[in-house]
Design a protein around this ligand. Structure first.
Ligand code: PHE
Length: 344
């Protein structure tokens, strides 16, 4: 045999082998193909090695290198095919465990406080309220003066204020949005103002230095306390359920007169008394009242023509009682193990 004849049969083998290996469908077929290709007794590589010995001495080097390269390629292909066939056989004998729980996808959740805000906004949106926002760094006049807090009056002590400068504060409530809205838009006004507020408090089970409030404001001609009561009672029934009863207690705020606080029957014990309502059977939900004439005048409105009512609620408190959570810090710790439980 000449060198070129020899090399031709090596290339023939290199061309045939991959398809033969790929065509094996079982381990038995694979064994047969392996024997035919690289078997010691009668494999085609072995035949070529025998042929190699008969070549002229000067041709052996080139022919041997080529044969060894083809052999290595074939052996690698055989190994890969064997692994694939073994894996397939393994899979076939291990049936799918249909009772095994699937792996859930990670899902984000709306924070329980945001859930309350969203629901409150939705209920008032149905009644024609729109959203108004104001700055968190607020002028002291908007936060206090325009809201009828007398200068240096003890009423200011109601709020432990964080001052940013002589005339600038971190707003202690969302009520300044009342003034900003009335300055900007002529009545009729029906707005809801959700946002964060700040007080110089330390974290404890029922206080946080920053928390959310939702403010509501209605101003028009002929608005009365009956409108306030009817609207807020409607809100309570929509939010807590049709069975919910409410009660209004007299209260005081510098910017409303008369002022009230609204309680709802504790949904956990239905009024019998429990830990969530501190045995009272009632849960305080919001502060409210008729907008003080001095506030309307401060915003540039004629308090003889216009009347209005306003309310402010703390959605974190509502979230706590709704879920029976004992400590407000749990809501503000951003612990994923807690937040995960509110995925809806
Ligand atoms: N701004 C009051 C507070 O922070 C709540 C309130 C708002 C009361 C509107 C009456 C009317 O406690």
């Amino acid at each position: 045999m000449t060198l070129s004849e020899f090399l031709a049969s090596v290339e023939q083998l290199a061309a045939d082998a991959p398809a033969q290996i790929a065509a094996t469908a079982t381990l038995d077929e694979w064994t047969a193909v392996r024997t035919a290709l690289v078997g010691r007794q009668a494999g085609r590589i072995t035949d070529l090695m025998t042929g190699l010995a008969a070549l002229p001495k000067e041709a052996k080097r080139e022919a041997g290198q080529r044969v060894n390269a083809v052999k290595a390629t074939i052996e690698a292909a055989l190994d890969a095919r064997q692994a694939a066939l073994e894996a397939a056989a393994q899979g076939a004998s291990t049936p799918l465990d249909r009772s095994m729980p699937g792996r859930a996808h990670w899902r984000g959740a709306v924070h329980p406080v945001s859930q309350v805000i969203d629901e409150v906004v939705e209920i008032f949106r149905e009644l024609g309220f729109t959203i108004a926002l104001g700055p968190e760094a607020e002028g002291a006049w908007y936060n206090f003066g325009a809201l009828n807090f007398p200068a240096d009056h003890p009423a200011m002590d109601m709020h432990d204020t964080l001052y940013l400068g002589a005339d600038q504060v971190l707003r202690t409530h969302t009520s300044p949005v009342q003034v900003r809205t009335l300055q900007q838009y002529p009545p009729p006004v029906r707005i809801l103002a959700p946002g964060n507020v700040y007080r110089r408090d330390f974290f404890d089970p029922s206080h946080a230095p920053m928390f959310a409030q939702v403010e509501g404001l209605v101003v028009d001609e002929g608005v009365t306390f009956a409108d306030l009561k009817a609207t807020l009672s409607h809100f309570a029934r929509r939010f807590f359920g049709a069975e919910t009863t409410t009660r209004f207690r007299p209260s005081f705020f510098p910017f409303t007169e008369p002022s009230a606080e609204m309680d709802v029957r504790c949904g956990v014990c239905r009024g019998a008394g429990c830990g969530v309502c501190k045995q009272s059977g009632w849960i305080e939900i919001l502060g409210a009242g008729m907008v003080h004439p001095a506030v309307l005048e401060a915003a540039g409105l004629d308090s003889e023509t216009y009347t209005g009512w306003a309310f402010g609620m703390g959605p974190a408190r509502t979230a706590l009682s709704r879920h029976g959570i004992p400590d407000i810090r749990i809501l503000y710790d951003s612990d994923v193990r807690v937040l995960d439980q509110f995925v809806s």
